[in-house]
Design a protein around this ligand. Sequence first.
Ligand code: UDP
Length: 476
Amino acid sequence: MKKAELVFIPAPALGHLVPTVEFAKCLIQRDDRFSVTILVMESPLGGSAIPAFTKSIAESNTPIRFIHLPLVDFSPSQEVHKSVEKFITESIDSHKACVKEAIVKNVLSSSVSGSLAGLVIDMFCSSMVDVGNELGVPSYLFYTSSAAFLGLMLYLPIRHAQVGRGFEEFDGDLVIPCYVNPISSSGLPTVLLNKYGGYSSFLYHGRRFKETKGLIVNTFEELESHAVKCLKNDFDNVPPVYTVGPLIDLEGESDKLDSDEIMKWLDNKPDSSVVFLCFGSMGSFGEEQVKEIASGLEQSGIRFLWSLRKPPPKDKIAEPNEYTSGAQEVLPKGFLENTKEIGLVCGWAPQKQVLAHKSVGGFVSHCGWNSILESLWFGVPIVTWPMYAEQQLNAFQMVKDLGLAVEVRSDFRNTSGEVVLRDEIARAIKSVMDGENEVRRRVKERSEQSRLAVTEGGSSFAAFGRLIDEILRNKP
Ligand code: UDP
């Protein structure tokens, strides 16, 4: 009998593609009635991380078929700088015809392929529901951020119908379903305050999520019990929610890293004595901020491993680069020499390996959702330093709603020009590394829960089972 084939359409960003592939791997490992094809778009922002990642998965003999779509030449309605989210949404939209063609050619007209059971689409790919409709198959959302942020996106159309406008920075405290505490409008992510299409593209996606047959979220119920309950009970006509996480790619590490020096350095440090600083695939700082971080680290006296990368040129939205000179050009004079006994500065870091290391006791993070799930999995408490995307809300949720992180800032934006000062940095690092800090105990508890959730009998394992039944039931 032909397998039930799911076609995945992730957004062209590593933080979305990696958990999507992990979800696909879990699905085919769990149930051999499924086969998976992943359509890979080229990022309109450039970068080599995606091809390197898909190549490494393909070489590992994972039975997932990747189809690389050609870059579609689209005419953006405005410059990328005005709203990167709108730019990406438009770029993805322009792939609809070629997504359909790829599915018709490689799945529907192929004798070796399974029979098409549906599409699994990313949060930025909500317009692909149209392709599913044209092909007569259901679409499922695979959501790579938190259940709370999904709730916020679903709330946008409801709120918009009530107030008829987007958010203003000075709206004051906002009660937003799925978050426990009111959120100050000034702490909203930039995208929601953006008047050049950022807000409206999220409003659009939030509307379209309701047209799917299921909302699959990379989280676990015990972590976000309030948000999950709210998603299930407080919205009308919302598709069923499946919390299947944490889905973490524990085996793979990106090709580009040379982890030996880092791991060796960590090996001979005392347990839980090192703070790790790492700011995601797009995080970097200007020289002034780098100097404050360096001074904050020296001032704290805590051992550190710092992933420090060079910002792209000012007029470009792109991944940071590696410093060729070991970052000497931006660090304060004498810093590397003064701290050589206690610190190591590196470029791209093998984050999961580092977090898994027994010497690492704290994590200064930009609060990307994958990084949060990884930190919880390995039981390493976070100091929140959000930078872009929805990270300000992730930081808020971790500090205020869940009591699972220490704040250096929860409303920092990489575009704001503000600088976090050395004293604040030193204070937050010392606080998170303090063995008596209650946050450390809570994070350990969540770590155990996260592992239990995905094992047989756990909440995510059970939700995964319900999802499988539902996909097979909905199969045309
Ligand atoms: N990552 C890494 N090394 C780095 C920076 C990031 O391995 O130096 C990985 C990290 O482990 C995580 C992903 O890249 O899996 C980043 O995803 P996240 O959602 O945290 O942030 P994003 O990069 O999407 O903003």
